[in-house]
Design a protein around this ligand. Sequence first.
Ligand code: FNR
Length: 353
Amino acid sequence: PVDISRGWLAALEEQANAALPPHIREYVGTTAGSAERAARDLAEWDAVSFAPRTLLGERSLDLGTTVLGRSVSSPVLIAPMAQQVGAHPAGERATAAAAAAVGTVIGVSTNTAVPFGEIQGTGAEWWFQVYPLADRAATERIVERAAAAGAAAIILTVDTTALLVSAPGIEPTEWPEGPERARLVNLTAAELAGLEGRPTVAATLDDIAWLTRASGGLPVIVKGVLRGDDATRAVDAGASAVIVSTHGGRRSGASISSLSALPSVVGAVGDAAEVYVDSGVRSGGHALVALTLGAQAVFVGRPVMWGLALSGAAGVERVLRGLNAELTLALSQSGATSLAGLSTELTISLGSR
Ligand code: FNR
């Protein structure tokens, strides 16, 4: 029996963890630091509370917003996550199909085993995530190919300085049939590591202009910023947006949380670029907190993997729609009727419980 007393998403996590093979479960759930630290990062989001407004009568509420000038049905976006075929045979095709159905954006990891054309074929708005490879020509090729296939933006992940990534996205093949498909579906963590052939290099400010050029002028979003000064440098160097992120706690066991970094990044960037946040967003209320603090949108990582693992596109859709329903409720209690109204109409009082 699944314990739902902690909420529907925690129950979904429990179900997904029971369904996933141990090595995939570990890959999805892993963090760089202690379990206590990871739990504390998550708990920070829950420690923010607000005084709901009431007696406002029946009002129509709208979660619609824009990211980089494009309309989305909700500010809850899908974070780029590697090797989704480990969680479900359809991998990113299913995640992208859910994004298309819900009307949101999917970040597609460099480390995807699904060809770009199949992701584009779902009709989803997708942003391609890049780790700069030591082989710059190879990075350019993959970025050109993503742009040609229809990616609408490039996400440059800058919090990863010593990771090896695999190459399936670099030389996209048709979705394999027979034993190759089975092999991909049954990848072990060790095999995942074995796939990882190409050394990456630490990103620099120059990479922003370089990726803008290589992509034929797509907006570049810098992911993994936790400081106002770094955010300013990225925006001054041409970034259209930054993502305040601890990579879901997977990169450092001693870093500040995304939530605590958000206000200083928003303050530093001002109106010069959009600011998004991820790492630990687990409810619509968390999303509302992020938006109230000045984020334009949030990305959700692991909950999408849990939905994917349990029932493919339908599972991802369920997660997104669940978060959106919670966000609608939180918005109604904020007193605002639209996200644009949050900064002005909102009487949320953020503070510790
Ligand atoms: C990630 N993340 C990630 N980020 C990135 O830029 N490129 C990548 O390939 C991956 N791969 C990846 C795999 C898995 C299994 C997870 C869980 C995460 C990080 C991801 O984009 C995002 O920052 C976090 O997942 C957000 O935190 P939550 O929502 O998982 O708490």
